[in-house]
Design a protein around this ligand. Structure first.
Ligand code: SF4
Ligand code: ZN
Length: 358
């Protein structure tokens, strides 16, 4: 049975929009999808004319659609933005090397310049080597902490004004659920913010905050965008997987579950008097941190000293010890009075680089 596009444009519908249930033709779906993102961008005043904006690009569907739509809206509505693709090479053979090839093609297809930062150059370690040391259990902790910082370092190097990421509505709803399940009040409070950052950091925003993952996939499919869809060989984050499965179950009985969870997250407020971590600067690398030494420096120290479990889990003792070591490094002596060799290859000369711990 042929169904006409619900907008009354006269064409036949080819899809049912997951977000609204409307039967639409391709063109009307594209228009609705793009206009909603434009509305999100303008309602939250994400950019100012003349901004230099880095698009965090992995070659996956979200960031590929983000790059495409950012370019399109920048031209359609004359945002006046200068765009750059910023990719992180974690050093995962058979995964990231292939996905970066996609980003290199996107660079040509969209005419947006590309900058790649690698863990190897920043930290002296690739994820392949980290997995050799730590195994498959905590690898994503290393990868996530390093990536967050690597993006900030890349953005600082490029001197961009803002970073945009392809986090979509499903990602944000999953994060709300994960933070509730973990009782992580600090993250719960900021995970629904469309812009994160403070005066010391480069602002990060999520233009896809209200965009359904299913619609991003549909858009990429109907636009025939060139993206990479293979999963990381070092397995996805198991805990997020549970939140994702739970959210999918909720969606089966309530189609609006994703947006409802985001709205619930936005409406939560932390009771007065509840102690929240304060953000300061890492004593070692100058990155924003809620501890004296940031997580990336703790993890790196563990790797370099052959004790990769050092930064896994919470331990104020680890922090105290690293803080002590740092004081010795500054004075150039360790407890035996010998000269101390600084352990972070890439941490040297990065004192000005800041990040936000999501
Ligand atoms: Fe890194 Fe884990 Fe994601 Fe693989 S699944 S890219 S190891 S965070
Ligand atoms: Zn640090």
């Amino acid at each position: 049975m042929v169904i006409s596009c619900n907008t009354g444009c006269g064409k036949n519908a080819v899809l049912k929009r997951p977000k609204t249930g409307d039967a639409l033709c391709k063109e009307c779906f594209f228009w609705a999808f793009e206009e909603e993102i434009h509305h999100t961008i303008t309602a939250a005043k994400l950019f100012n004319p003349g901004d230099y904006v880095a698009i965090a690009a992995s070659g996956g569907k979200d960031s590929t659609v983000l790059a495409y739509v950012m370019k399109l809206l920048n031209e359609r509505y004359d945002y006046g933005l200068k765009l750059v693709l910023l990719s992180i090479d974690e050093g995962i053979t058979g995964y990231r090397d292939d996905s970066l090839e996609t980003v290199k093609r996107n660079e040509q297809q969209y005419g947006i310049p590309l900058k790649i930062m690698s863990y190897e150059e920043l930290y002296g370690w690739t994820m392949d080597r980290i997995v050799e040391k730590v195994g498959r259990k905590n690898n994503c902790t290393f990868c996530g902490v390093f990536r967050r910082q690597a993006l900030d370092r890349g953005a600082t190097l490029l001197k961009v004004d803002k970073i945009v990421t392809g986090h979509n509505a499903d990602d944000i709803a999953e994060t709300v659920l994960m933070n509730i399940l973990r009782g992580d009040i600090a993250r719960l409070q900021r995970c629904t913010a469309i812009v994160t950052g403070n005066e010391d950091t480069i602002a990060r925003s999520k233009p896809f905050k209200y965009t359904y993952e299913k619609e991003i996939v549909m858009y990429a499919y109907f636009k025939k965008l060139d993206y990479f869809s293979t999963e990381c060989i070092y397995s996805p984050n198991a805990y997020r997987g549970h939140a994702r499965a739970y959210l999918k179950d909720l969606e089966k009985i309530r189609a609006t579950a994703v947006i409802d969870v985001i709205h619930s997250g936005e409406c939560l407020s932390v009771r007065e008097g509840v102690k929240l971590p304060t953000q300061s600067i890492c004593e070692r690398c100058g990155h924003v941190s809620s501890q004296p030494v940031c997580k990336a420096c703790v993890l790196l120290e563990g790797l370099n000293k052959g004790r990769p479990r050092l930064g896994i889990g919470k331990s104020s003792k680890v922090q105290e010890r690293l803080g002590e070591n740092h004081k010795k490094e500054v004075s150039g002596k360790d407890s035996q009075g010998s000269n101390h060799v600084p352990n972070g290859v890439a941490l040297e000369g990065h004192a000005e680089i800041k990040s936000l711990d999501f």
